[in-house]
Ligand binder design. Sequence first.
Ligand code: PLP
Length: 747
Amino acid sequence: MIQSEQDQLIYLDANATTPVLPEIAKVVVHTMQVCFGNPSSAHITGVQAKHLMEEARNKGREVIGATSGELLFTSGATEGIQTAIVSALSDYVQRAEEVYEKPVLMYGATEHKAVPNTLKHWNRLLGLDAQILEIPVDSKGILDLDFIAEHVEQAVMVCTMAANNETGIKQDLLRLEQVIREGNAKTAWMVDCVQALGKLPLQLSQTTIDYAPFSGHKLYAPKGIGFLYIRSGSPYTPFIAGGGQESGMRSGTENIPGIAALSTLFDMLLDKENSPFNPVEQLEKHRSMLAEAIETTFKQVTFHHDFALSVPTTLNFSVDHLTNKEVIDLLDAAGIRVSGGSACSSGSSRSFVLDAMNVPDWQSENAIRLSFGPADSEAQIRKACEALTSLQPILENNCLVVSDSTAPEQEACAVGLTQLRHQGACCWLYVTADKQAIIVDPVPELVPRLQRLLDKQGLGCRALLKTHLSEPASDAVNLLSHNLIDNKVVDDFGWPVDGTHGLLQESLIQLPGAEKESENRCYLLMQGDDVSACFAGKLLLPQGLGDSQGETACAASMAETLLRLNEILDDNSLICSALDYQQCFAINWHAQVQVSPLLGRLLNGACSTDEFIEQKASMDSDSSTFRERFLGALMDSAVPAVKALNRSAAEEWLQCHEGMIIDCREPYESDVSRRGITELFGNLAVGRVLNIPLSRMTDVLRNGALDSSQHYLLVCRTGNRSMQAGNTLAMLGFDRVANLAGGLALN
Ligand code: PLP
């Protein structure tokens, strides 16, 4: 873990990568400057480099117990995986005899994506055309040995791993070997050992493992260096041909500084007395300390793996009722770096590793991986635990965790309109000054959050309304219904059947004529005689029209409702949808009509209702996916993009304009952040910061608290949310907004 003095960073993402240890960095610099030779050169400088390389290789052999076979330096584990797979597959392709009737390639379901993707790639390119089989795992993440036994006879290759990068779960290599070799003595067996180095004892030459890839940057060496063990006699094909380096096994001038780094790392691993690496018992103690701190901080926590079956440096968990984005944002703002799922395959919102273990959906979608390095000291781990537990009051005050020690005066205030999101789904909470609440379009995943808000802020729940009759919305309403304080008989949408329109002091009415529609409803939030917001459900999406192909929608009733809305809404009425794939957060009727060409044509009479129905139907049926169908209804003109400023341009901007700075972070992030806006801009920021999280953007616009003729500089943690807010404001006619690109993270 690095804790740099300036910013007190606590790095708990060692499975993604580690910092280079100072001793290793020193050796790398020395090698680059002094021992910089090319090992292929005949002169003394070259000979010295060659000597350094061979010494490193011998030490590496000792570390992994490779008394025989080859140890080859590579650029990292992905290259090692390529080399192993190309070697095994091309050997099979060239074999004239002993071919299988139905060849298969097998890999564990929880393998790093580098493995299945490489298998598929070379299977196709080498024309092998083998069937690729994913070996299932049980709920503990352990490979199904019966499945292997059943298929191994026809296996060209079997790929497994020693320890998993997301969960730390170890495989029993001895049992695996028995099953594999009983069924097939010849199959090529690769074991990905990336997450095992420094954490598990390895004696590779005592096994029949054919290939074992390793990566330096997972254990304090730089990126771009790794190594591959190849069992004596196993098939081998150079993956990189060229000048014949590494005895022709891997061409290209060797990465001597990287190899010197590994050499120093190997020294550290071998010198048990002076090693900076902690023994397993100490690592287990560190894991217990962190697990306890996580439980103290977040209270309702589920760990997704059996600690007894895992390497001690990885903790994979989810917090009940908190998305991993919320947890990661909070920790990141507090200077604690963890990861959601696997850092190496980021982009996916759920964990395929946890899915393979049949972990429930919520936990797979919201998994957090906390991983530390074997060289972290107990003092560093204690400091990390203190940093975690120090977040407890912030979580409580922001209604993020259930607490019995409330300080209501410090709680985030829900009065007004708040948008709560779960992925693309939006739910709206409207609260009056005297704490009466209406919830529109609740989402099951947000029920615990809503419940806490109702409980902790003492809100009286007056209505649970739905704009559509989907099953999840009904489930969410049922889960919250005990909060309702009126005993009114309501229809399927939650609207009182006695026709009372006076919900919440007359502030909410149903779109007139709505009772005619059976499938969708709109509700209007009134401010005096004006409609300040329209809960439009799935009819309108920010920047587009909803789906008219679904079970509950049809283009004819959509057109009818849109025309009716056009008579009732004014330009500034805000549209509150049940879906927001575009991360738009707030849009008004004027902008909605501007950016949705089909809507514009319907309203200005350029197309008749029949033409609208036809055009909408063809738009919806054009694209194959649900999401594309929505986007198909979006505008064809580009959304105005907010101006991006770097730090010095932003300072100049603040000097030139009298405008305000809008901090788009959620209050809990600002509470924990060690570096705030005043630290960044000094006196230029004093008295000029407004906190408007995206969840409250609609409310601020509804209250007219922002003025489109003013200058605003938008800021958040990384610059993404502030860019979204800026784009939305630009669309709403704010043409003097700018965004701090890279946010507080990069400036
Ligand atoms: N295998 C495992 C288990 C990993 O964790 C990783 C990296 O996350 C890789 C392979 C790929 O390693 P590299 O980044 O060195 O190519």
